[in-house]
Design a binder for this molecule. Structure first.
Ligand SMILES: [Zn+2]
Ligand SMILES: [Zn+2]
Length: 447
């Protein structure tokens, strides 16, 4: 805050030492906000931030007496971190009036690799802090990006990306501009533990789906919809995801095979009651196609075999313009009667979607007789010099065939498994991926 007025009122001023044993724990502090308080200014600092090539990772979260007000998951900007909240707010905090009463501030200790000294101060203020300097736009890299094919009735979008409201390096407006330029119909802005970027989404941008990336100590999940689960209350993740789903929202297990501790603390999915438990969706394509995505694909196949009818999603997980669309980044293409959030989410959950970095892929099932089924597979796209293969995966085997452009009939046999998925592959991995298809009837756990 610059030019702090004389009416500054300290509400919380504390210094704590975190030991290694407090790795993956929360510290809660409460303070009282008086009626008529305009702004809160928060000062947050911890040392050491870096531990060799790794880092201590501490974030702040805030709740007013009624609801969450966001998180300061902005460690990339260095310490100390100065922020404010009120009718306007710095990125990470939800702007709005400040209801009087008891507020809660958490230190979320994602990683304490070395003991850390932490300072937190909250002051009531009469006016806002200074706007941060605008984030410099970087040229968008579309190296290797392919034209997106989208027949009528399909909507294409991005389901996982980050802005400067968490640890991203670009603004929601810049994301909207890139998405519009690419022709995307919808974007879920999924900042870490906050929805504050939503208020910065421009009216001219593509449809924004309300969302966030619930960044827990034992895995990351995209929550798409209006709910904002509290992961600090010690509620088992299965219970928390079921509650969100009852509201019509979706919980997606994100990048399940990501590198975990200590390099990327909490990034790998290990919630024991959600392997996959009641979860209905899994992000099998995170960022450019990679070995970790191949592992996620295997995991998905294993769970299909066990009767879990998980639907799939893709997301760039872009944190900047340069990671938005470089290489083989998957988008999620949804068949939906309308471009409307609840319709899109419903179709996504039912598996009425495919993933693609460009080509269109769809399939219709026909009775083949004698334990067989025929898949009418349609592929559209610009093949160029690439060789494209169709890989049909069933639980007990797989077959690869050259992929013709247009429609083709692919016969599959029931003895190779009850489900089939269709992969369109090029020299650098998956180009498009279907959801699971059950030609001989619905699975045990349809949603
Ligand atoms: Zn994540
Ligand atoms: Zn992410």
């Amino acid at each position: 805050m610059s030019g702090r007025p004389a009416s500054r009122l300290p509400l919380l001023d504390t210094e704590v030492f975190l030991e290694r044993e407090q790795h993956k724990s929360h510290l809660a502090f409460t303070f009282e906000v008086e009626p008529g308080t305009a702004y809160l200014c928060l000062h947050f600092d911890y040392q050491p931030a870096r531990v060799g090539s790794l880092r201590n990772l501490l974030t702040l979260s805030l709740s007013d007496p009624e609801r969450p007000r966001g998180s300061l998951h902005r460690h990339h900007s260095g310490n100390p971190q100065v922020s404010w909240i009120g009718p306007t707010a710095s990125p990470g905090w939800m702007p709005g009036t400040l209801p009087p009463g008891r507020w809660t501030l958490w230190i979320d200790a994602h990683a304490v690799l070395e003991p850390a000294k932490v300072q937190v101060r909250v002051d009531a203020e009469e006016r806002a802090g200074q706007e941060p300097p605008p984030v410099a736009g970087r040229p968008q890299s579309e190296l290797g990006a392919r034209k997106l094919w989208k027949p009528a009735g399909w909507w294409v979008g991005e389901l996982h990306c980050h802005s400067n409201h968490s640890d991203g390096q670009w603004t929601p407006e810049q994301i909207a501009a890139s998405a519009a330029q690419e022709g995307l119909d919808f974007v879920a802005l999924t900042d870490h533990n906050t929805k504050s970027g939503g208020s910065a989404w421009p009216a001219w941008g593509p449809l924004r789906l309300s969302g966030l990336e619930l960044t827990t100590f034992y895995g990351h999940a995209l929550v798409l919809g209006e709910t904002w689960p509290d992961w600090r209350e010690g509620i088992p993740f299965a219970q928390l995801s079921e509650a969100a789903e009852q509201q019509g929202d979706l919980v997606v297990m994100a990048h399940p095979a990501a590198e975990g501790d200590p390099v990327c603390t909490g990034c790998r999915w290990v919630h024991p009651d959600c392997l996959p438990g009641p979860l209905k969706l899994i992000e099998v394509w995170n960022g450019p196609w990679s070995d970790r995505n191949e592992q996620a694909l295997q995991l998905w196949h294993r769970w299909l075999d066990q009767g879990f009818a998980l639907a799939i999603t893709a997301g760039s997980d872009a944190h900047s313009a340069s990671t938005w669309r470089s290489g083989q980044i998957g988008r999620t293409v949804i068949a939906s009667p309308s471009l409307e959030p609840s319709a899109l989410l419903r179709s996504l959950k039912r598996g009425q979607a495919y993933l693609s970095c460009g080509p269109h892929l769809s399939a219709a099932v026909r009775e083949g007789g004698a334990g067989t089924a025929d898949l009418e597979v349609t592929v559209q796209g610009e093949k160029g010099e690439d060789s494209w293969m169709l890989r049909l995966v069933q639980s007990k085997g797989e077959q690869s065939r050259e992929a013709p452009i247009g429609s083709s009939r692919q016969r599959i046999e029931r003895r190779w498994g009850e489900w089939v998925t269709i992969e369109l592959r090029g020299p650098h991995g998956v180009l498009a991926l279907s959801n699971a298809i059950w030609p001989w009837g619905s699975p045990l756990r349809s949603s």
